[in-house]
Design a protein around this ligand. Structure first.
Ligand code: SER
Length: 335
């Protein structure tokens, strides 16, 4: 039997790449859920597509009754800048939506007596470094340090990391009979992601992708953070690879539920220079927005991903130069 994989937020940046990768596997049936109808190029790759909201628990119950779900990639979320503008909506989507998906997954485990893998993308937004001096001296931050988020999105993500741990390890711990199936919660804290195919919306790491996409379209770009701003980034193919690797990793190898992954961590100006090398006529200026700057200043300049490398063999294919030279610039040039 092929396994059924539910992807929420399927129309989003990660959803695109994940559907492309998973749809090449004959042993996988994709059920895609998104607020908007799935793009035609993706829809024909899926076993079923559902238009709807992760906050709609009746819709999710219907979906669970129609499909026997083995794996969940719960990608739907409001990103960090948008969440600051609409904190209540962010909480509803990012927290209540995740709770609904965890409930769907655990009820699959319990009614069908099987294990369901639940893959959850968290973020560098769960970190909160108190000031730039600490950020400069902290080096690569491990999973357990500086976990003091300063944004609604970061708080939502941190709480849902813990909620996933609860559903995996302690759900209904007072029940007389232990559940026959288990929820296997696995989480990656992503850096800022840069895709050649899509532009992010509503994030605070968006300046990297926005700069490059604007240059490719011959549009001027005013970067909303300072030139010396440094946070971790990753090319989208490595993010997809990481999700698939973690999902497939033998449970016995995993020593944690939440893993950092890292690839490169350029300053905004290093991104600007590589953008200008590729698109010499581009006009990129700086117009820092102090409030959004404050958010990225609280995110680490680098993260320690040694646990992911050790436990499930993560290693990015793209460093900064390869990401630009062999993925982003050629793909944007073709478009
Ligand atoms: N890319 C996200 C954001 O900027 C952070 O993970 O909100």
């Amino acid at each position: 039997m092929p396994k059924t994989v539910l992807i929420t937020g399927a129309n989003g940046e990660i959803g695109h790449g994940l559907i492309e990768a998973l749809s090449t596997r004959p042993d996988v049936r994709i059920v895609a859920l998104d607020l908007r109808p799935l793009e035609e190029s993706l829809a024909h790759r899926c076993h079923a597509t559902v238009v709807g909201d992760v906050t709609d628990s009746e819709l999710l119950a219907r979906l669970a009754s129609e499909h026997s779900i083995d794996t969940v990639f719960h990608l739907a979320a409001l990103l960090s800048s948008r969440s600051e503008r609409q904190p209540l909506l962010a909480h509803r989507v990012n927290v209540d939506g995740t709770l609904n998906l965890l409930e769907l997954a655990i009820s699959e485990c319990r009614t069908e007596a099987k294990d369901v893998v639940f893959v959850y993308p968290s973020s560098i937004a769960v970190y909160g470094l108190p000031d730039l001096e600490t950020k400069d001296s902290a080096a690569a931050v491990d999973e357990d340090s500086y976990v003091e988020p300063t944004t609604m999105y970061g708080v939502n993500k941190r709480y849902c990391e813990m909620l996933g741990g609860y559903y995996a390890d302690h759900y209904r711990q007072l029940d007389a009979e232990p559940s026959r199936g288990h929820l296997d919660f696995r989480c990656i804290r992503f850096p800022g992601l840069i895709s050649a195919a899509t532009i992010p919306s509503g994030g605070t790491s968006d300046f990297g992708a926005e700069m490059l996409h604007a240059a490719a379209k011959d549009e001027p770009y005013a970067c909303f953070v300072r030139a010396d701003t440094r946070i971790p980034f990753m090319a989208m193919p490595d993010a997809i690879k990481a999700l698939l690797l973690l999902e497939a990793a033998p449970k016995a190898r995993l020593t944690r539920q939440v893993y950092n992954i890292a690839a490169f961590n350029p300053s905004a100006d290093e991104i600007r220079r590589l953008t200008l090398d590729a698109f010499p006529n581009a006009i990129v200026t700086y117009a820092p927005d102090l409030r959004r700057q404050g958010i990225v200043d609280a995110w680490p300049a680098d993260v320690d991903d040694s646990a992911a490398r050790r436990d499930w063999g993560f290693a990015p294919d793209y460093d900064l130069l390869r990401a630009f030279g062999e993925y982003l610039v050629p793909a944007l040039g073709r478009r």
